[in-house]
Design a binder for this molecule. Structure first.
Ligand code: C2E
Ligand code: MG
Ligand code: MG
Ligand code: MG
Length: 286
């Protein structure tokens, strides 16, 4: 195809490619030294019970401040880490650190993102279970999030790879639901217990409109299959209202809090507990 378009274009194409490759190589090197120097941070975003408004869970999200060159977004560096295999140590680092940091915070659940490649790594399940053992984090409060690319990358193998984790009591969530083509029935058959509705589905959400009907349909089906629905990227109170009305179980988004460092997350948890206690006090005084 490029051949027919002449030399000039080929040259530009190659140059672009080299620049991209160079950048990836540079990032690859920095990930390696960053991991050793513990340059990676973990931030937490609260997941809210739609009915009570209480924080029920925290999603751990990687951050890489790269002090010298400036921060790089996880979408960018995780893609490189997946290509180089560095996602294995990086993924275990996030999991262990989050389990250790969240365990003292009481009844809270923890949700951690896992790349498809991590499941193909022999011993992944064993490593997860040994992290739980080391940190004392209870399996039934851990949830692993993966995207549809997991099912595409592991056809046939998908069920087997997660069997040990499921039987240990770990929950499996499909992240970014609605960006691909997977049906909820199919997800159920793969052992998923939770569905996270992608923020792109919430954009035009308003009571009674098409977007709301679509999300409501997904919730109804999920309920019938005993699955749990979390909406991500909730930014406006109007969206939260619609979601509550159509029976969404949990919500996450900037409306409640952006992902924050552990200390800030703990302060937020305390503040919300006091608020809930005050609200309960007002109710009983009435
Ligand atoms: P994700 O797992 O779907 O995480 C949700 C993303 O949406 C996060 O972006 C979060 O900061 C952002 N977000 C949350 N609430 C809102 C909102 O109300 N509005 C908008 N516009 N955005 C919101 P983030 O932290 O940049 O992470 C991007 C993606 O990188 C994640 O998407 C996940 O796929 C991946 N990622 C992050 N940390 C890890 C990790 O430890 N391991 C793996 N494998 N992937 C990770
Ligand atoms: Mg996620
Ligand atoms: Mg998501
Ligand atoms: Mg995502």
């Amino acid at each position: 195809h490029a051949k027919t378009e002449g030399k000039a274009q080929i040259a530009i194409y190659t140059e672009d490619l080299d620049e991209g490759r160079l950048r990836r190589l540079e990032i690859e090197g920095q990930i390696g030294s960053g991991l050793g120097a513990e340059e990676f941070d973990v931030v937490y975003q609260p997941i809210i019970d739609a009915v009570s408004g209480a924080i029920v869970s925290a999603e751990a999200l990687l951050r890489w401040p790269r002090r010298a060159q400036g921060a790089l977004s996880p979408d960018e560096f995780i893609e490189v880490a997946e290509a180089t295999g560095q996602i294995h140590p990086l993924g275990l680092y996030v999991l262990e650190r989050a389990c250790r940091e969240i365990r003292p915070l009481g009844e809270l659940c923890l949700s951690v993102n896992v790349s498809p490649a991590q499941f193909r790594h022999p011993g992944f399940e064993r490593q997860v279970l040994s992290i739980l053992e080391r940190t004392g984090f209870p399996a039934h409060r851990l949830q692993l999030e993966m995207t549809e690319s997991y099912l595409l990358a592991n056809p046939g193998l998908a069920i087997k790879a997660t069997e040990a984790l499921k039987s240990a009591g770990i929950a499996l969530a499909l992240d970014d639901f609605g960006t691909g083509f997977t049906s909820i029935h199919y997800l159920k058959s793969y052992g998923f217990t939770h569905i996270k509705i992608d923020k792109s589905l919430l954009t035009g959400l308003e009571a009674g409109n098409k977007a709301a009907m679509l999300v409501e349909g997904a919730i109804t089906l999920a309920n019938a299959l005993d699955m749990f629905v979390i909406a991500e990227g909730v930014e406006r109170e109007a969206q939260a209202e619609v979601l509550r009305a159509i029976g969404c179980h949990e919500m996450q988004g900037y409306l409640f809090s952006k992902p924050v460092p552990l200390a800030e997350f703990m302060a937020l948890q305390q503040r919300m507990k006091r608020q809930a206690a005050r609200a309960a006090g007002l109710r009983s005084a009435r």
